[in-house]
Ligand binder design. Structure first.
Ligand code: FES
Ligand SMILES: [Fe+2]
Length: 353
């Protein structure tokens, strides 16, 4: 079988995405390169401490500005030394007698926000940003153990988001670690609610899962409160509460470096009756193991979609969120004003877990 190109995915540029962590953007004299839906972006931190990002293409001769260096508050192109400020204006044009800054010479600039240790960009350069980036609600909360992790998956943002929020696969792909496949399953009710900004599933009456991670966190069992959410255009959030004491919020901002290459900026916040020093060394490697199982599977899924030239994607009622996520992304990418896109959708689904 030949390998046709991978099919197009909905690209939502008008939204906030994490481009890097604050730590990755040090104060060195080398800018860094990231990308969003395949578009290269140069980032640097000026001498004034503020992060800056431009389309990574010198207007003069198309050389990547990320190949250059940081000069004070500016980024300097390696080829002829043009210097750009954070708005993309040429502040120095060596050898030229006369005005350096002209509209045609300007590089396109991204609007940035730095918060909670992440550098977020409005995905559409040179356009008016709307709203503010997502705030991780438990990233700075006292009493929570917070683990951050940057990971990559060779799959589309949609596939990664669906995977992160998909319950039925956990008993198989991660069998024993979190849930188990067994003959005695519990029937639970799932409430799905979709608005133009997010889609959420609430799971009602789910007993504590029987896998290892769940047993460590709550040996005594009980009924869990469980929500899975996708916030447009890129944040997944899994929230579990078990009794008064145990609360886990596993969030990630997904950045589509390319159509089929997604970077996950994960923030896991855990509060248990067990001390953090005990929880971290056990839960962190297990969580990484679970992620690696997902990443390996997602890469295979992407490869198959490429080999067949299309995504078949037959869904059932228990594919609770994936189809809604795809709808939200597709509508937003087209900027449609469909009635369906503006309405609140609610449904109840029975599922056996
Ligand atoms: S290519 Fe950048 S200054 Fe000439
Ligand atoms: Fe998974």
């Amino acid at each position: 079988m030949s390998t046709p190109a991978l099919p197009a995915v909905p690209r939502v540029l008008r939204g906030w995405y994490v481009l890097c962590t604050s730590d990755e953007l040090g104060r060195g004299d080398k800018p860094i390169q990231r990308s969003l839906y395949g578009a290269p972006i140069v980032l640097w931190r000026g001498a004034d401490g503020r992060p800056a990002a431009l389309v990574d293409r010198c207007p003069h001769r198309d050389v990547p500005l990320s190949y250059g260096c940081v000069k004070g508050d500016h980024v300097q192109c390696a080829y002829h030394g043009w210097e750009f400020d954070h708005r993309g204006h040429v502040q120095r044009l060596p050898a030229l007698v006369g005005e350096a800054d002209k509209p045609a010479r300007r590089a396109q600039a991204y609007t940035l926000r730095e918060q909670q240790g992440f550098v977020w960009a409005w995905g559409d350069p040179d356009s008016q940003a709307q709203g503010e980036p997502f705030t991780f609600p438990f990233a700075d909360k006292p009493g929570y153990l917070v683990v951050r992790q940057v990971m990559r998956a060779r799959a589309s943002l949609h596939a990664v988001a669906e995977n992160a929020l998909d319950v039925p696969h956990t008993a198989f792909l991660h069998g024993g670690l979190f849930r188990n496949d067994s003959a005695t399953r519990n029937r639970i009710t799932c409430k799905v609610e979709r608005t133009p900004q997010r889609v959420q599933a609430e799971f009602i009456g789910e007993p504590r899962p029987t896998g290892l991670v769940a047993r460590i966190l709550s040996p005594s069992g009980g009924v869990v409160t469980h929500f899975d959410r996708f916030h447009m255009p890129c944040v997944v959030e899994v929230e579990y509460a078990l009794g008064e004491e145990n609360h886990i919020v596993n969030s990630a901002a997904l950045t589509p470096a390319d159509d089929y290459e997604t970077v996950l900026y994960a923030v896991v916040s855990v509060r248990t009756r067990l001390p953090a020093a005990l929880v971290r060394p056990v839960v962190q490697p297990l969580a990484l193991k679970i992620f690696n199982q997902d990443a390996e599977l997602l890469a295979l899924q992407t490869r198959a979609i490429g080999q067949f030239g299309s995504a078949r994607y037959v869904s059932t009622e228990v594919d609770l969120l994936g189809p809604h996520i795809l709808k939200l992304l597709t509508w937003a990418s087209k900027g449609t004003e469909l009635d369906e896109a503006r309405q609140v959708y609610r449904a109840e689904v029975q599922m056996e877990v």
